[in-house]
Design a protein around this ligand. Structure first.
Ligand code: PLP
Length: 394
């Protein structure tokens, strides 16, 4: 039986979300249409919006549906910077953490290359933590030039959870909006949009048991955003495009379920992660754990995230060797898979290029069991021997 341990890339849809989606797909109606079928679709969208808002501690009017995390991040970074510059042309600088997902980093690069923006990247400490003082220093080097600060809630590679409330407060001291990419956090950590004080927050359904292709940018009513897509004026005119009613329905079902079960699931999944990480240390393979790990800690590191580096092994070789043993893991962000590059996150944490190439992410989710942990631990020694042989290290 195959062992799927790549839940941070995408986690299976839950049966309830799947059922809700299929049921809704059998119904016709554009949520913008005025006839009865359209109004029925609209009702489903608005009820789902309310459920999603409740699960995230936000108001329904703050939920802007998007096609997922990537679009939400692009809208937040590029759309806010354009709006900030429209209000004050000096505000053309982005302050962004160096460990962001490429959806944020490449959006920032785009703004620099094509829109005359500047970007300051904040480097983390050894655990991947972005220190509030580092964000303050980056802003205060020229506070009047900052248009947006963006730091993710939890890192997709090494699982480090940031103190976004503290970071948002620093941005606000300078009158700057704060965005957080909470794609890996929502449904897995306690995420309360209003309490966190952030202005903009990206989420994605397929990381928490919903379908691929739907997500949201949670945006305070007074957040300034310039739309990136133009057309029918849906979603407060911020994001035009016909709404995917069945995906939205399934998103709401999955998120509600994830939030309801979060406390017990995070303990259960955290225990699987701990069993795996502790197991790697008994294998005598020189495996090093990335980020900070405290057994039982499910708040400062994502409960489902394990990230290891294996000396003398290319991460890609390990991935394929484990795949041949029917164990699915990742070398880092799935979006980079296929392009063998050292992980920018591991590099930013001060580790060597060799370590950044030899890293492996093993991520647990709602379908994971102890048998999965035991299967990956059993497959590791042989894969390591072969990977070392392939790289000439053994
Ligand atoms: N942000 C983070 C932290 C992610 O992990 C991902 C997906 O891997 C994304 C953004 C992109 O989300 P989506 O796949 O919904 O576009």
């Amino acid at each position: 039986m195959s062992t799927y341990l790549d839940h941070a890339a995408t986690t299976p849809m839950t049966p309830a979300a799947r059922e809700a989606m299929v049921e809704q797909m059998a119904r016709t109606g554009n949520a913008s249409s005025l006839h009865a079928a359209g109004r029925r679709a609209r009702r489903v969208v608005e009820e789902s919006r309310e459920q999603i808002a409740t699960a995230l501690g936000a108001r329904p009017s703050e939920i802007v549906f998007t096609s997922g995390g990537t679009e939400a991040d692009n809208l937040a970074v590029i759309g806010s910077l354009r709006a900030a510059r429209a209000a004050d042309p000096h505000r053309r600088r982005l302050v962004v953490s160096a460990v962001e997902h490429h959806a944020v980093l490449d959006a920032a690069d785009h703004a620099v290359e094509h829109e005359g923006a500047e970007a300051t990247f904040v480097v983390p400490g050894e655990c991947g933590t972005i220190q509030p003082d580092a964000v303050r220093t980056a802003i205060e080097s020229d506070a009047a030039s900052v248009g947006l600060v963006s730091v993710m809630w939890a890192n997709n590679e090494v699982g480090t959870v940031q103190d976004v409330a503290a970071l948002a407060a620093i941005a606000h001291e300078h009158g700057v909006a704060f965005h957080t990419d909470a794609v890996q956090a929502a449904g897995h950590l306690s995420v309360d949009f209003t309490a966190s004080g952030v202005d903009l927050m990206s989420i994605s359904a397929h990381k928490l048991g919903g379908p691929v292709g739907i997500g949201a940018l949670v945006a305070k009513r007074d957040a300034r955003l310039v739309a990136l897509s133009h057309g029918g004026g849906q979603e407060r005119g911020i994001r035009s495009g016909t709404l995917d009613v069945s995906a939205i329905r399934a998103f709401a079902v999955a998120l509600t379920e994830a939030v309801e079960q979060r406390e017990s699931e995070s303990q259960r999944i955290g225990a699987l992660r701990d069993r795996f990480l502790a197991g790697t240390q008994t294998l005598d393979l020189g495996i090093r754990i990335s980020g900070c790990w405290e057994p039982g800690d499910v708040t400062t590191r994502l409960p489902g995230n394990a990230h290891i580096t294996i000396p003398g092994c290319e991460g890609d070789s390990m991935l394929y060797l484990l795949d041949a043993a029917d164990v699915a893991v990742s070398t880092g962000s799935a979006c980079q898979a296929g392009i063998p590059q050292p992980s920018h996150v591991v590099l930013a944490m001060g580790r060597s290029e060799e370590e950044a190439r030899g890293s492996l992410r093993v991520s647990f989710g709602w379908t994971s069991t102890e048998a999965d942990v035991d299967a990956v631990l059993a497959a590791l020694p042989d894969a390591v021997v072969r990977a070392r042989r392939a790289s000439g290290a053994a």
